[in-house]
Design a protein. Sequence first.
Lengths: 273, 207
Amino acid sequence: MRKAVTLAAVALTSTLALGAAAPVFAADASPSPSSSHNASSSDSSASLRLSVASGKPGAEVKVTVKAPQGSTALSVSSKALEDVRLSPAGDGTWTGTAKIAKVADGNYGVSLTGTAPDGGKLQATAQLTVRAETPPPAPTSSLKLSADSGRPGDKVGVTIRTAADAKNAYVTSDAFGGRVDLKSDGHGTWTGTAVVAKGVKTGYYGVHAFAGGKEFDTVKFSTEAGGGGKPDVKPVTPLKPSEHKTPKGSVNTGQAPADTAAAAGTAEATTHA
Amino acid sequence: MPEQPTPPRRDGRARRAAALAGATALAAVLACGCSASASSGSDAAAAAKAASALPASVPDRIEIPDIKVDAPLDTVGLDAQGEMQEPDFAKPDDAAWYKDGPTPGEAGAAAIVGHMDTPQAPKAVFFNLKTLKKGEEIQVHRADGTTAVFAVDEVGTYKKDDFPTDKVYGDTHGAARLRLITCGGDLTADRHWDSNVVVFAHLTGRT
């Protein structure tokens, strides 16, 4: 295998001397990462850099090689790369592109070998992680208000759901007198309570939602000035005790989303205090 | 299961004797695992420190600080079969007061229901209701400007086909009680839940 690589590297050297890009290695022709170099021949004067640390099969990777000017037999190899194409970019830099091979998910070594102008060996390595499945997209942020209208003094629950790594979340609205910071549960849910501003005028106001410092949504909130800050009294009057009715049995207060499979708790008739 | 009326004032010896009797009764209740009997025990204990009932007033908001609930209240009534209507599935963050019963703070067992989850909301307003513990506070804001404050007595989970109607809605002998109800237990084939979680609480005061 090493002989085959060396032969291919010689071919590359010839091509590089002509200043043209050329395919160098197919994945099958590459040595395994562990056998492509040994510690005793490493040389810090060469470097190998990949444009990405991970990717899926078929994705393009940019390869940058730095080595002393006049180096020969430069070759880049990896089981995870195919169609490597290198071109001299001057100043001891070679660049090229490669396609990630159809290999199993995992971490792969990428090796650079070559010969320095003084005849010494050049070596460098890099790591490439191959993942066939695209990682799930970051969850989109969402904003929820417990009410879409209110009077001065009313409390409005605010919930923002973000990616778990969001640094902060808040809303701003003239209806709430400015900014309302929210507290995180550490898992991407931010909650807080906004209070409808005392001096607010009747009308519609935008509630602007921010996560990680960026605005991602605006919802409408309507206000009604005056009224002493008390919520609307529902058009319901309490019944006289003699008119009270006892419901029959249980009440339906839930239905799990379609992807829910686990039970929420015991089904036994249990109590705790 | 009717509960005991508020006990009259006793001297120290009588109180200790009553406490001992109560403890014995509670131990018996726990030993037999009879949740219905457990209610009367805890309600009787709660009655000793319960506040006087308030005048009727429609509630408009509920706060339960320990599970971070701060929700507006809609209303539910009875359906044609005499069963309590389900809260609005389109408002998973709202709870609902049962308007054909007492108002919270008024004498009797007032009921507030809320979803545990909905198809669109994996965690609805009462998702964490089952985690409430004895003594934790529930505040119900009312249209007359008062806030009725309750303390949790116990939390029970009951199969819907064996729901303890008397324990939940039965006569409180003039005491102001609150019941918070949501779903729990195991998922059914249609992704509903086979049980109800019920929080039993008594009025401790008003603000």
